[in-house]
Design a protein around this ligand. Structure first.
Ligand SMILES: *Cc1c(COP(=O)(O)O)cnc(C)c1O
Length: 235
């Protein structure tokens, strides 16, 4: 299948999942997870109607930016972010999905202040409590949300989660439902910027219809758009 066909198929599935949940398809943003893809593949995806690209690795982000590969789309950073690489990401992406510690949050604040801008962020929650994964606990997310409110150069836009690979359809729905509840709770406690809390980033190729059923406003889809990825080293 071509990228055009895949984009159309994923969009149709998003629309169907939204309708089944009594939601508008327009409430859900499709973010193409572009890790390991080439500049030309990214350009083809954007030509096929992708409006948001999500990048995992700073090195790939920097290279694609230099090649102007994202022209016509927004770029988000969705991978694990090391504090020493914050400078290469802040101000270069519309949204950082993966803030999971006070250290990282403060580093983003410092860099954004230096550049005189406000960086939009999500807090990444390790909702299944998996040892090997990034993301903070729900309780830490509540604390980080309070801290984010006090930082002038970051704007908290919502939450992100990467649950385990679902062994069968529907298996991740309890995790998505828990994320939705945490999102609503945190949003209610935000004194100043409740209205900015508009993004719940969850759902990947294997489970995005379930995430939409539970309230996702942004789904991050790679394989279903681009086909299987070659095995890559973690990093
Ligand atoms: C790769 C990746 C995705 C997309 O995964 P697929 O299963 O290929 O759809 C989504 N989110 C993050 C953070 C990723 O790294």
């Amino acid at each position: 299948m071509s990228i055009q066909e895949n984009v159309a198929a994923v969009k149709a599935k998003i629309a169907a999942a939204a309708e089944a949940a009594g939601r508008e398809a327009g409430e859900i943003t499709l973010c193409a997870a572009t890790k390991v893809q080439t500049d030309d593949t990214i350009r083809a995806a954007i030509a096929a109607g992708i409006t948001v690209c999500g990048e995992n690795r700073v090195q790939e982000l920097t290279a694609h930016l230099a090649a102007d590969a994202y022209r016509g789309a927004q770029v988000h950073f969705i991978g694990h972010l090391q504090t020493n690489k914050v400078k290469q990401v802040v101000g270069k992406v519309a949204l950082i999905h993966s803030v999971d510690s006070e250290h990282l949050l403060r580093a983003i604040q410092t860099q954004a202040a230096k550049q005189g801008l406000v960086q939009d962020i999500l807090l990444e929650v390790n909702i299944a409590g998996e040892e090997s994964k990034g993301g903070c606990t729900p309780q830490e997310a509540r604390q980080l949300a309070q801290l984010a409110q006090e930082l002038e150069n970051v704007r908290l836009r919502g939450l992100m989660a990467i649950p385990p690979i679902a062994p069968e359809p529907g298996a991740n729905r309890p995790f998505f439902a828990a994320m939705r509840q945490l999102f609503v709770d945190i949003k209610e406690k935000m004194a100043h910027n409740q209205s900015n809390m508009d993004c719940l980033s969850m759902g990947m190729s294997g489970d995005y219809p379930d995430a939409i059923a539970e309230g996702a406003t942004l789904v991050r889809v790679g394989t279903a758009l681009f086909g299987p990825r070659p095995p890559v080293r973690k990093g």
